[in-house]
Design a protein around this ligand. Structure first.
Ligand code: FAD
Ligand code: NAP
Length: 534
């Protein structure tokens, strides 16, 4: 039965953000519903079931910290949890906190319209629901809107087609098949080695080579796990003080790569490579993401590893990246470069031989046709704004969000948008989100939003809305912070550069602790930069 109720809160999305938001909302005694396009909870981990999918932040950190009992009772088994294990965790959380009765699955929100006279939102779905609510909270995910490139003839392909972010639940058996994978970002890097083991032939279509470091995943040491659990809340608090909200146990550096000689530099990179310190490879020196020279030393180290691992010089050449390392998110892998030594794997460099068309029987590049039974698109997402802009969101005076963001997303703190009262975006553009351990960013945002709604209720305010001047200044600050780094120097999805026609704006805020402090201060100052009314 379609819903037609008046509620306090509508939450869109049942990933980790939507789940925790619902929990906090219910704790406040507010009535709420969650609409979710998928058939169950988990978001990213519900959709991304491709072979090899797992987190690249250690499991002991990539989990909720809001409930001591929850974090004590849940036992992660691997250093980097696999997608099925993370999905089981989401399922457990949904049961443990009684979330599902307040969720509507298989239901996509199509529009949200602000009614100025009634100061409430009307939310409509593709299942015919029409719900009014004082607050709308978008927990729609930064990486939930699949990017399917437009390639001539794609619909004519007679074989099977998959996107890593919309993987069939029953799994895919590639045994005996000729498989083509387009894309070599994190999803490609994780799935390619696993697909190569199963498929008869694998052709990888690479546009930009990836920098990837060995994950060295394995079972979690029970003693190590117990040690963390013995002081879990302190561990979480220390991580929140880290620039990307994770990794407090990993060795940090307060030295420039240029302060030490070449031998010492190499030794430091080698240590991190061998130990499998993951994303902290970039933290070998404090200026790898700031100084082009320092960055080049880290990049060259990975290039030398590719030459060591891949004996065929032509394949090694094609695999070798030349952009700034860390500018596109660094990947963690299990046997990625090694996979290209297999006799059943071929690497096609699209910079040398671009795709001309997809045909009924395969992919045709300028060099000729590759006959395939299956094509896997590991082509990523319309990140950060994609899921929001697919909803017809209209604020004051009927202003569409699409119009307000025509020149790129504009928010105050990544939490609110001027002209869109009582609309919150969890891990929205302009917040650290994708540059951090997302679980920490999600919890920080959910807590801020819950406290804010509580404040409004207690103070008798009906609406809260970002002010234009505060938003303008924040957009400038986000850009200025990015400008200090090397992030804007490549065509990454952080900039929207992976989607043809998307405005190029660096979307996330660099630096979690400073950001979190600012949010706390804003709240303490009576929501400075926001306008409260009613
Ligand atoms: P999501 O999990 O994306 O959930 C959003 C939900 O909203 C989805 O289920 C979607 O169906 C739903 N939705 C969207 N639009 C609508 C609509 N209009 N109507 C109804 N429902 C809608 N982050 C890390 O920090 N560490 C990692 O190791 C890591 N690994 C990742 C691996 C992969 C493969 C991917 C894709 C992302 C990874 N991320 C990682 C980022 C990850 O997205 C976040 O960590 C986190 O899971 C996001 O949770 P969320 O609830 O904000 O969004
Ligand atoms: P991605 O990083 O955007 O990579 C997409 C890949 O597809 C890139 O290699 C891109 O090439 C290529 N591509 C896109 N359009 C193409 C086209 N038209 N023709 C040829 N190639 C094309 O996407 P992703 O790998 O799904 O990862 C997205 C993000 O999700 C990650 O950065 C990470 O934050 C998260 N993630 C994390 C993990 C993990 O390890 N835990 C795993 C998967 C995803 P270009 O680089 O040239 O654009």
């Amino acid at each position: 039965m379609p819903e037609s109720r008046a509620l306090d809160v509508v939450i869109v999305g049942a990933g980790f953000a939507g789940m925790y938001m619902l929990h906090r909302t219910r704790e406040l005694g507010l009535s709420a519903i969650v609409f979710e396009a998928g058939s169950d909870v988990g978001g990213t981990w519900y959709w991304n079931r491709y072979p090899g999918a797992r987190c690249d932040i250690e499991s002991m950190e990539y989990s909720y910290g809001f409930d001591e009992d929850l974090q004590q009772e849940w036992e992660w088994t691997e250093r980097y949890a696999s997608q099925p294990e993370i999905l089981r965790y989401a399922d457990h959380v949904a049961d443990r906190f009684g979330l599902r009765p307040h969720m509507r699955f298989d239901t996509r929100v199509t529009s949200a319209t602000f009614d100025e006279a009634a100061t409430c939102w009307t939310v409509r779905t593709d299942a015919g629901d029409e719900v009014s609510a004082q607050f709308v909270i978008m927990a729609t995910g930064c990486l939930s809107s699949a990017n399917m490139p437009v390639i001539d003839g794609a619909e004519s392909f007679a074989g099977e087609t998959y996107h890593t972010g919309q993987w069939p639940h029953e799994g895919v058996d590639f045994t005996g098949k000729r498989v083509g994978v387009i894309g070599t970002g994190s999803s490609g890097v994780q799935s390619i080695p696993v697909i190569a083991e199963q498929a008869a032939e694998l052709v990888v279509f690479q546009r930009t080579p990836a920098y990837t470091v060995p994950a060295r995943n394995g079972p979690l040491d029970p003693d190590e796990r117990a040690k963390i659990k013995a002081e879990y809340s302190t561990f979480r608090a220390t991580n929140r003080q880290m620039p990307a909200a994770f990794g407090s146990r990993l060795p940090a550096s307060d030295r420039s790569a240029l302060e030490v000689d070449a031998e010492e530099r190499r030794a430091e990179y080698e240590y991190r490579w061998q130990k499998g310190l993951g994303l902290a490879f970039i933290g070998a020196f404090n200026d790898v993401l700031i100084s082009p020279e320092s960055n080049e030393s880290a990049a060259e180290f990975v290039r030398s590893k590719i030459r060591d691992i891949v004996p065929d010089p032509e394949v090694a050449r094609k695999l070798t990246p030349h952009q700034v390392i860390g500018c596109k998110r660094l990947c963690l892998d299990t046997g990625y470069y090694e996979t290209f030594n297999r006799p059943n794997v071929e690497l096609v460099d699209l910079r040398d031989t671009p795709i001309e068309a997809i045909t009924p029987t395969g992919i045709r590049t300028t060099e000729g046709e590759h006959e395939l039974d299956c094509i896997v698109y590991a082509t990523g997402f319309d990140a950060m704004t994609g899921a929001l802009l697919r909803i017809d969101i209209r604020g004051r005076d009927g202003l569409p969000l699409q119009e307000a963001w025509a020149a790129g997303p504009r928010t105050y703190l990544g939490l609110g948008v001027a002209g869109f009262p009582n609309l919150f975006t969890i891990t929205g553009p302009g917040s650290p989100s994708v540059l951090t351990n997302m679980m920490v960013s999600i919890e920080q945002h959910v807590n801020w939003i819950a406290d804010c709604m509580d404040h409004l209720r207690r103070q008798g305010h009906r609406t809260i809305e970002a002010s234009e001047p505060a938003q303008d200044l924040w957009v400038e600050i986000v850009n200025a912070m990015a400008g200090i780094t090397l992030f804007p120097t490549c065509n990454s999805w952080y900039l929207g550069a992976n989607v043809p026609g998307k405005t190029r704006v660096f979307m996330p805020f660099v630096g979690f602790p400073m950001y979190a402090e600012k949010c706390t201060q804003v709240a303490q100052d009576g929501y400075e930069g926001f306008v409260l009314s009613g």
